[in-house]
Design a protein around this ligand. Structure first.
Ligand code: 13P
Length: 274
Protein backbone atom coordinates (compact mmCIF):
# COMPACT_ATOMS: atom_id res chain seq x y z
CA UNK A 1 0.00 0.00 0.00
CA UNK A 2 2.71 2.37 1.07
CA UNK A 3 4.82 2.00 -2.02
CA UNK A 4 1.80 2.15 -4.34
CA UNK A 5 0.65 5.43 -2.83
CA UNK A 6 4.15 6.86 -2.85
CA UNK A 7 4.48 5.83 -6.45
CA UNK A 8 1.23 7.62 -7.28
CA UNK A 9 2.50 10.77 -5.68
CA UNK A 10 5.74 10.51 -7.63
CA UNK A 11 3.94 9.90 -10.90
CA UNK A 12 1.61 12.82 -10.39
CA UNK A 13 4.54 15.01 -9.50
CA UNK A 14 6.48 13.90 -12.54
CA UNK A 15 3.52 14.88 -14.68
CA UNK A 16 3.10 18.17 -12.87
CA UNK A 17 -0.41 17.15 -11.92
CA UNK A 18 -1.86 18.44 -8.70
CA UNK A 19 -3.06 15.03 -7.73
CA UNK A 20 -4.92 15.29 -4.45
CA UNK A 21 -6.08 11.72 -4.88
CA UNK A 22 -2.52 10.50 -4.70
CA UNK A 23 -1.88 12.47 -1.53
CA UNK A 24 -5.08 11.37 0.15
CA UNK A 25 -4.22 7.82 -0.72
CA UNK A 26 -1.07 8.36 1.27
CA UNK A 27 -3.10 9.17 4.35
CA UNK A 28 -4.19 5.60 4.76
CA UNK A 29 -0.62 4.40 4.78
CA UNK A 30 0.58 5.07 8.26
CA UNK A 31 1.63 8.55 9.21
CA UNK A 32 1.65 7.77 12.91
CA UNK A 33 -0.66 10.07 14.87
CA UNK A 34 1.46 12.37 17.00
CA UNK A 35 0.23 14.53 19.87
CA UNK A 36 2.39 17.10 21.60
CA UNK A 37 1.59 18.88 24.82
CA UNK A 38 3.21 22.29 24.84
CA UNK A 39 3.30 23.29 28.51
CA UNK A 40 4.73 26.73 27.61
CA UNK A 41 5.93 28.61 30.73
CA UNK A 42 3.76 26.62 33.10
CA UNK A 43 4.26 24.07 35.83
CA UNK A 44 6.00 23.51 39.12
CA UNK A 45 7.40 20.18 40.21
CA UNK A 46 4.18 19.47 42.08
CA UNK A 47 2.06 20.27 39.02
CA UNK A 48 4.35 18.26 36.76
CA UNK A 49 3.93 15.25 39.04
CA UNK A 50 0.18 15.58 38.64
CA UNK A 51 0.32 15.97 34.86
CA UNK A 52 2.60 12.95 34.50
CA UNK A 53 0.42 11.00 36.93
CA UNK A 54 -2.51 11.51 34.56
CA UNK A 55 -0.42 10.16 31.67
CA UNK A 56 0.73 6.99 33.37
CA UNK A 57 -2.08 4.88 31.93
CA UNK A 58 -4.76 4.85 29.26
CA UNK A 59 -2.66 6.17 26.37
CA UNK A 60 -3.31 4.72 22.93
CA UNK A 61 -0.11 2.90 21.96
CA UNK A 62 -0.67 3.84 18.30
CA UNK A 63 -0.15 7.52 19.09
CA UNK A 64 3.23 9.12 19.64
CA UNK A 65 3.13 11.42 22.67
CA UNK A 66 5.57 14.24 23.31
CA UNK A 67 5.52 16.78 26.13
CA UNK A 68 7.13 20.19 25.57
CA UNK A 69 8.67 21.19 28.87
CA UNK A 70 10.22 24.42 30.23
CA UNK A 71 14.00 24.05 29.97
CA UNK A 72 14.56 24.07 33.71
CA UNK A 73 12.40 20.97 34.16
CA UNK A 74 13.58 18.92 31.18
CA UNK A 75 15.92 16.75 33.21
CA UNK A 76 13.31 16.22 35.91
CA UNK A 77 10.60 15.24 33.43
CA UNK A 78 13.03 12.91 31.66
CA UNK A 79 13.58 11.16 34.97
CA UNK A 80 9.87 10.94 35.84
CA UNK A 81 8.02 10.41 32.56
CA UNK A 82 6.88 6.95 31.52
CA UNK A 83 8.99 5.44 28.73
CA UNK A 84 6.22 5.85 26.14
CA UNK A 85 6.29 9.65 26.50
CA UNK A 86 8.91 11.66 24.66
CA UNK A 87 10.22 14.92 26.04
CA UNK A 88 10.76 18.08 23.99
CA UNK A 89 12.40 21.40 24.68
CA UNK A 90 10.42 24.47 23.63
CA UNK A 91 13.36 26.19 21.97
CA UNK A 92 17.07 25.87 21.33
CA UNK A 93 19.76 27.95 19.65
CA UNK A 94 21.73 27.37 16.44
CA UNK A 95 25.16 26.88 18.00
CA UNK A 96 26.73 24.19 20.17
CA UNK A 97 27.96 26.55 22.86
CA UNK A 98 29.28 30.03 23.46
CA UNK A 99 28.34 33.53 24.52
CA UNK A 100 24.57 33.30 24.09
CA UNK A 101 23.24 34.16 27.55
CA UNK A 102 19.96 32.47 28.36
CA UNK A 103 20.03 30.04 25.45
CA UNK A 104 20.37 26.26 25.37
CA UNK A 105 21.88 24.18 22.58
CA UNK A 106 20.92 20.96 20.80
CA UNK A 107 24.15 19.49 22.18
CA UNK A 108 22.97 20.14 25.74
CA UNK A 109 19.56 18.64 25.00
CA UNK A 110 21.14 15.49 23.59
CA UNK A 111 23.45 15.39 26.60
CA UNK A 112 20.50 14.95 28.97
CA UNK A 113 18.68 12.54 26.66
CA UNK A 114 16.15 14.94 25.15
CA UNK A 115 15.44 14.06 21.52
CA UNK A 116 12.80 16.57 20.49
CA UNK A 117 12.48 20.33 20.27
CA UNK A 118 9.60 22.65 19.38
CA UNK A 119 10.83 25.49 17.15
CA UNK A 120 9.19 28.53 15.60
CA UNK A 121 6.20 28.69 17.90
CA UNK A 122 4.19 31.83 17.19
CA UNK A 123 4.97 33.07 20.69
CA UNK A 124 8.68 32.85 19.86
CA UNK A 125 8.06 34.58 16.54
CA UNK A 126 5.79 37.32 17.89
CA UNK A 127 7.01 38.01 21.44
CA UNK A 128 10.70 37.28 20.90
CA UNK A 129 10.96 38.48 17.33
CA UNK A 130 12.15 35.26 15.69
CA UNK A 131 12.19 35.62 11.91
CA UNK A 132 11.39 32.94 9.34
CA UNK A 133 15.11 32.70 8.61
CA UNK A 134 16.19 32.32 12.22
CA UNK A 135 13.55 29.64 12.79
CA UNK A 136 14.73 27.81 9.67
CA UNK A 137 18.37 28.02 10.76
CA UNK A 138 17.45 26.63 14.17
CA UNK A 139 15.48 23.79 12.57
CA UNK A 140 18.42 22.90 10.33
CA UNK A 141 20.91 23.06 13.19
CA UNK A 142 18.74 20.99 15.54
CA UNK A 143 18.23 18.32 12.87
CA UNK A 144 21.93 18.19 12.05
CA UNK A 145 22.57 17.52 15.75
CA UNK A 146 20.21 14.57 15.80
CA UNK A 147 17.14 16.21 17.31
CA UNK A 148 13.62 15.71 16.01
CA UNK A 149 11.77 18.95 15.43
CA UNK A 150 8.20 20.14 15.74
CA UNK A 151 8.29 23.17 13.45
CA UNK A 152 5.42 25.59 14.02
CA UNK A 153 3.79 27.76 11.38
CA UNK A 154 0.54 29.69 11.17
CA UNK A 155 -1.15 32.92 10.24
CA UNK A 156 -2.48 35.76 12.40
CA UNK A 157 -6.12 36.82 12.37
CA UNK A 158 -5.25 39.84 10.25
CA UNK A 159 -3.50 37.63 7.72
CA UNK A 160 -6.41 35.19 7.57
CA UNK A 161 -8.92 37.99 7.14
CA UNK A 162 -6.71 39.46 4.44
CA UNK A 163 -6.88 36.16 2.54
CA UNK A 164 -3.18 35.52 3.16
CA UNK A 165 -3.31 32.24 5.07
CA UNK A 166 -1.67 30.09 2.41
CA UNK A 167 0.83 32.79 1.50
CA UNK A 168 2.05 32.97 5.09
CA UNK A 169 2.06 29.26 5.75
CA UNK A 170 3.88 28.53 2.48
CA UNK A 171 6.42 31.32 3.11
CA UNK A 172 7.23 29.98 6.59
CA UNK A 173 7.57 26.45 5.24
CA UNK A 174 9.66 27.61 2.28
CA UNK A 175 12.14 29.23 4.67
CA UNK A 176 12.65 25.83 6.30
CA UNK A 177 12.72 24.01 2.96
CA UNK A 178 15.54 26.36 1.88
CA UNK A 179 17.70 25.06 4.73
CA UNK A 180 16.96 21.34 5.01
CA UNK A 181 16.86 18.36 2.67
CA UNK A 182 15.70 15.53 4.89
CA UNK A 183 12.24 15.94 6.43
CA UNK A 184 12.19 12.52 8.14
CA UNK A 185 12.60 13.98 11.62
CA UNK A 186 10.32 16.97 11.14
CA UNK A 187 6.72 17.27 12.27
CA UNK A 188 4.97 20.43 11.11
CA UNK A 189 2.54 22.06 13.53
CA UNK A 190 -0.02 24.28 11.82
CA UNK A 191 -1.16 26.64 14.53
CA UNK A 192 -3.30 29.57 13.42
CA UNK A 193 -2.33 32.35 15.81
CA UNK A 194 -5.95 33.47 16.20
CA UNK A 195 -6.83 30.03 17.58
CA UNK A 196 -4.07 29.83 20.17
CA UNK A 197 -5.30 30.28 23.72
CA UNK A 198 -8.48 31.98 22.52
CA UNK A 199 -10.98 29.15 22.66
CA UNK A 200 -11.63 29.85 18.95
CA UNK A 201 -10.64 26.52 17.46
CA UNK A 202 -10.37 26.31 13.70
CA UNK A 203 -13.24 24.21 12.41
CA UNK A 204 -12.24 20.76 11.19
CA UNK A 205 -12.90 22.03 7.65
CA UNK A 206 -10.74 25.14 8.08
CA UNK A 207 -7.87 23.11 9.50
CA UNK A 208 -8.18 20.35 6.90
CA UNK A 209 -8.15 22.91 4.08
CA UNK A 210 -4.83 24.41 5.19
CA UNK A 211 -3.28 20.99 5.86
CA UNK A 212 -4.37 19.76 2.44
CA UNK A 213 -3.12 22.90 0.68
CA UNK A 214 0.19 22.71 2.53
CA UNK A 215 0.65 19.07 1.58
CA UNK A 216 -0.11 20.00 -2.01
CA UNK A 217 2.35 22.87 -1.86
CA UNK A 218 5.00 20.51 -0.49
CA UNK A 219 4.31 18.06 -3.28
CA UNK A 220 5.14 20.78 -5.80
CA UNK A 221 7.89 22.59 -3.92
CA UNK A 222 9.64 19.90 -1.88
CA UNK A 223 8.73 16.42 -3.18
CA UNK A 224 5.80 14.08 -3.51
CA UNK A 225 7.45 11.71 -1.09
CA UNK A 226 7.84 14.32 1.64
CA UNK A 227 4.30 15.61 1.02
CA UNK A 228 2.90 12.13 1.55
CA UNK A 229 4.94 11.25 4.58
CA UNK A 230 5.36 14.44 6.61
CA UNK A 231 3.09 14.64 9.61
CA UNK A 232 1.12 17.85 10.07
CA UNK A 233 -0.33 18.60 13.49
CA UNK A 234 -3.07 21.09 14.16
CA UNK A 235 -2.75 23.39 17.17
CA UNK A 236 -5.00 26.08 18.62
CA UNK A 237 -7.61 25.57 21.36
CA UNK A 238 -7.72 21.80 20.94
CA UNK A 239 -9.76 20.23 23.74
CA UNK A 240 -11.14 16.87 24.76
CA UNK A 241 -14.45 18.03 23.30
CA UNK A 242 -13.31 19.01 19.79
CA UNK A 243 -10.36 16.68 19.20
CA UNK A 244 -12.21 13.72 17.69
CA UNK A 245 -13.76 15.68 14.84
CA UNK A 246 -10.45 17.35 14.05
CA UNK A 247 -8.66 13.99 14.20
CA UNK A 248 -11.08 12.52 11.65
CA UNK A 249 -9.80 14.86 8.93
CA UNK A 250 -7.58 13.04 6.42
CA UNK A 251 -4.64 15.47 6.52
CA UNK A 252 -4.58 16.10 10.28
CA UNK A 253 -1.94 13.79 11.75
CA UNK A 254 -2.03 14.92 15.35
CA UNK A 255 -2.16 17.95 17.60
CA UNK A 256 0.02 20.42 19.40
CA UNK A 257 -1.90 21.26 22.53
CA UNK A 258 -1.34 24.16 24.91
CA UNK A 259 -3.77 24.75 27.79
CA UNK A 260 -5.47 21.38 27.65
CA UNK A 261 -2.12 19.57 27.86
CA UNK A 262 -1.92 20.65 31.50
CA UNK A 263 -5.24 19.00 32.30
CA UNK A 264 -6.45 15.39 32.62
CA UNK A 265 -8.33 15.75 29.29
CA UNK A 266 -4.96 15.57 27.51
CA UNK A 267 -5.36 11.79 27.66
CA UNK A 268 -8.59 12.09 25.62
CA UNK A 269 -6.77 14.21 23.06
CA UNK A 270 -3.96 11.64 22.78
CA UNK A 271 -6.66 9.04 22.16
CA UNK A 272 -8.64 11.15 19.68
CA UNK A 273 -7.79 9.13 16.59
CA UNK A 274 -10.37 6.38 16.09
P1 13P B 1 -3.76 26.31 23.14
O1 13P B 1 -4.07 24.82 22.98
O2 13P B 1 -3.74 26.74 24.56
O3 13P B 1 -4.65 27.13 22.26
O4 13P B 1 -2.27 26.51 22.62
C1 13P B 1 -1.89 25.96 21.41
C2 13P B 1 -0.44 26.09 21.28
O5 13P B 1 0.10 27.18 21.15
C3 13P B 1 0.35 24.85 21.29
O6 13P B 1 1.67 25.09 20.88
Amino acid sequence: MKSVCRANAYVSEAHGIKNQEALQCSNTMGRKFVVGGNWKMNGTKAQINEILGNLKSGLNADTEVIVGVPAIYLDYVKSQAPANIEVAAQNCYKADKGAFTGEISPLMLKDIGVNWVILGHSERRQIFGESDDLVAEKVAFALSNGLKVIACIGETLEEREGGKTNEVVFRQTQAIANKIKDWTNVVIAYEPVWAIGTGKTATPEQAQEVHKDLRQWMSTNVSGDVASSVRIQYGGSVTGANCKQLASQPDIDGFLVGGASLKPEFVDIVNAKQ
